[in-house]
Design a protein around this ligand. Structure first.
Ligand SMILES: Nc1ncnc2c1ncn2[C@@H]1O[C@H](COP(=O)(O)OP(=O)(O)OP(=O)(O)O)[C@@H](O)[C@H]1O
Ligand SMILES: [Mg+2]
Length: 315
């Protein structure tokens, strides 16, 4: 059962210029995105830098003004102004930010940082609140004395875990995780990702997992959407995207995943060259005359590709 539906979401930023500082054009950061989020599932949002991933996440939780579109939460449209600061949606949808250093207030101790979302939505006594903060620190594997420290006293990995603790503090239904591990080294990445998976199993959480790293997304996600210039070029289950990518942009992204096995390195390299050459020859078939991504076209119930109807049979 889906509890959240994003319909035709658009975020356009005006570009001002000229003598009168008038709006001369727009950046189409997010340009018609649709998603259906079910309980307990992980959705990957993948794309190159500037494709609109963070803007999509921020627009969903209300940090970015939406140009048009609907966010249907439990049957009601919560896009725009018609939801209160303490609404169920604000409690149930939380975000972990791309940069943990600037997203945690440097002047607050961990105890207050983690208790802040709880204070917004629940009335707990001092004793109860302390107990809950300790519980949350335990969930993310941090010691009790972390309570009294400030964000700068932690490593990047630890800070990201604090971000996870803060996000799960009010038992949300969905966590939007924007590149939660990109700034961390590989061993710490695995730790944080495993925490996130454990918490998911315990609480039946859903994730919208934003990343440019297809390796991490493969490890985490049930469904994946590939984003390019503010639009989805392809969406599908993990198997559909990795084993049967249909859009040339997806194919190119997947062929660029590095392989650590030295025996297949040469083979991969020539494969990558072939995919690149194919991309250049066929680009015009997959994007319209303005270079815009077409609307998604269903291949199966779950697998959708942005192509013209007329070439659907040929791919
Ligand atoms: N406040 C803003 N004003 C104008 N343009 C913006 C603003 N915020 C983002 N953009 C533009 O919107 C586009 C999408 O940005 P966004 O941050 O969503 O990309 P991203 O996919 O998250 O990239 P990255 O992987 O680098 O984090 C970019 O072209 C960016 O320059
Ligand atoms: Mg981003």
């Amino acid at each position: 059962m889906s509890f959240l539906e994003i319909k035709d979401l658009k975020v356009h930023y005006p570009i001002r210029g000229g003598f009168f500082n008038t709006v001369v054009d727009h950046v189409y950061a997010v340009d018609g995105v649709n998603m259906i989020i079910e309980q307990g599932k992980t959705y990957g949002l993948v794309g190159e830098s500037g494709s609109g991933k963070s803007t999509t996440g921020k627009a969903i939780i209300g940090l970015e003004k939406i140009t048009s579109g609907e966010i249907i939460y439990e049957g009601k449209n919560v896009a725009g102004k018609n939801r209160g600061r303490r609404s169920a949606f604000n409690k149930d949808v939380q975000m972990i930010f791309q940069d943990s250093m600037s997203s945690l207030n440097p002047r607050k101790r961990v105890r207050d940082l983690i208790a802040e979302p709880i204070r917004n939505f629940q009335r707990l006594s001092d004793q109860e609140e302390r107990k809950r903060v300790l519980e949350l620190l335990d969930i993310v594997g941090m010691p009790e004395d972390a309570m009294y420290k400030y964000p700068h006293e932690f490593s990047g990995g630890q800070r990201q875990r604090l971000g996870v603790a803060r996000a799960v503090a009010c038992n949300p239904k969905l966590i939007i995780a924007d590149e939660p591990v990109s700034a961390l080294d590989l061993s710490v990445q695995a730790q944080v990702l495993n925490f996130m998976k454990n918490i998911q199993q315990q609480y039946g959480l859903s994730y919208l997992f934003i990343s440019h790293d297809l390796g991490v997304v493969r490890h985490m996600c049930d469904y994946i959407s590939i984003m390019y210039k503010g639009r989805f070029v392809e969406t599908g289950t993990r198997e559909e995207i990795y084993s049967n990518p249909k859009h040339i942009y997806t194919q190119r992204l997947i062929s660029a995943i590095p392989n650590i096995n030295p025996l297949v390195r040469e083979e991969n390299k020539s494969n990558r060259r072939a995919v690149d050459a194919f991309y250049r020859e066929n680009e015009h078939l997959y994007f319209d005359e303005n270079g815009k991504v077409y609307d998604l076209n269903p291949l199966t119930k779950t697998h959708h590709v942005a192509i013209k109807e007329s070439i659907k049979g040929a791919i």
